[in-house]
Ligand binder design. Sequence first.
Ligand code: ASP
Length: 570
Amino acid sequence: MDRDVRLAGWVFRRRDHGGLIFVDLRDVTGIVQIVFSPEIAPDAHASAHDIKQEYVIRVEGKVSRRPEGTENTNIPTGEIEVYATKLDVLNTCKPLPFQLEEDEEPNESLRLKYRYLDMRRPQVQKIFTERSRALQVLRSYLVSQGFFEIETPFLTKSTPEGARDFIVPSRLNLGQFYALPQSPQLFKQILMVAGFNRYFQLVRCFRDEDLRADRQPEFTQLDLEMSFVDVDDVIALSEGVTKELVEALRGDRLETPFVRMDYDEAMERYGTDKPDLRFDLPMVELTDTFTNTGFGVFKKIVGEGGAIKAIVLKGRTLSRKDLDDAVDSAKGMGSGGLIWMRKEADKLASPIVKFLSEQETTGIIERLGVQEGDILFIMADSRARVNELMGRFRLYLGAKYDLIQKDQFRFLWVVNFPLLEYSEEEKRYVARHHPFTSGMHSIIGYSGDYDTIKAKAYDLVLNGVEIGGGSIRNFRSDEQMAMFQLLKISDEQAVEQFGFLLEALEMGAPPHGGIAFGFDRMLMMLMNLESIRDVIPFPKTQKGTCLLSGAPARVSQKQLNELKIRTVKE
Ligand code: ASP
């Protein structure tokens, strides 16, 4: 108390109370109340009349305890105020396009155009000070675990992460282009060959995709790679990283290890490779109950090798309208139909029950363990479609009947992914993760069923969202070439695109594997924010534009001439 201080910042609020003028002075560390009194400092008081919102001022004065009854318990400095003795107005501010001190969110386009004003709002400042802290927490944890932070190029060659590349023309090599990295995948593997056995980078990645709420064309990954490791090592390290981050940002203790689930189980029970485990409601297989059924719809599906699956909703009373809504929502998702049944005292009630044999209804009751009042939803279609549609219908039920425990953070590893998946579009098998992922077993000379090869790949899922993914890699060039063969990539193509990697793999490459986490997405979820734009300092709009700088923009004719680029009108 009574200390002389000199403070500088922005005028957040100004209140003129007859004799005294109060100013809430704000900087990134918080807010403090300044009092201008005509008795104590007549000059400062006189100039304080003219200061307006967001003026930049410097004040000299004395700290004093606020008079009893005027304390503000909402802010850390609420018990004190500073009696100004001197005021310097360092800069003025034009009228604002939106108010900074209101709780209500300004329009998003305005927020992005005037991002620097938006960022002055205390709630937004908090997000970016937390982001800064998160970066430091990750760095110091990884360094403590023996990791080296090493940068990789942005002007590089295409890396196949499955999205479109952003390309940059080369002036010194006309007609040739760099690609901005979709991830540092190949370089981090090269760093393992170079002997840096634990690498990390908090790195920008670029993917030219259509944008959704949780996607941005440039985003930050926490990217890791480790030598002499297998799946369990990468998973254990990743759990350590996640625990550090969650505990730093949320202050809650996080239990590890996380649950692991096989990809097949995730698909069969939840219809997705990223199940939201904040509620259970699994799908249960009923196909074998109907092997000899006389019910036409089921008979057809069973005959075609399809699947019949059920979800049971317990302890809810559903009206006829609720049931119709459920059927409509399933149809809206593209399902041919959804059957509902209600368990009554000793039977199942449903419009289709009359078509089922006694053995079938008892079979359903026993398999599902249903009790009086439970509602069953059944779908029949090809296995892939039942899984997908029932998976989405499960999420509908979860949201509609408030089954999701929203305050929970449920981490889950999905493991044992297929190595390949068939692409209808390309009419060939493509890598499920990326082509550098190792099979569970050697694939050299493999001629069996492509769908059954499993990969040493793992995804980290949080509340139904994939927040990280990685794999153990092919570290021998013959395995890598075998993978390219499965993908129908010719030797020439492989050498042209990835020759440098293949060559490096022939020069004493150690076994290695890694993972990358979507840093922005993790922050968004851990801070309970709705959009990835909230956690990115200067995000782009859905159309990939930056409202602050006006990018993308035309370039000068001179620049185009230097690159020998001619633009054509659409
Ligand atoms: N490069 C991969 C990705 O960006 C991650 C990895 O396999 O480490 O998804």
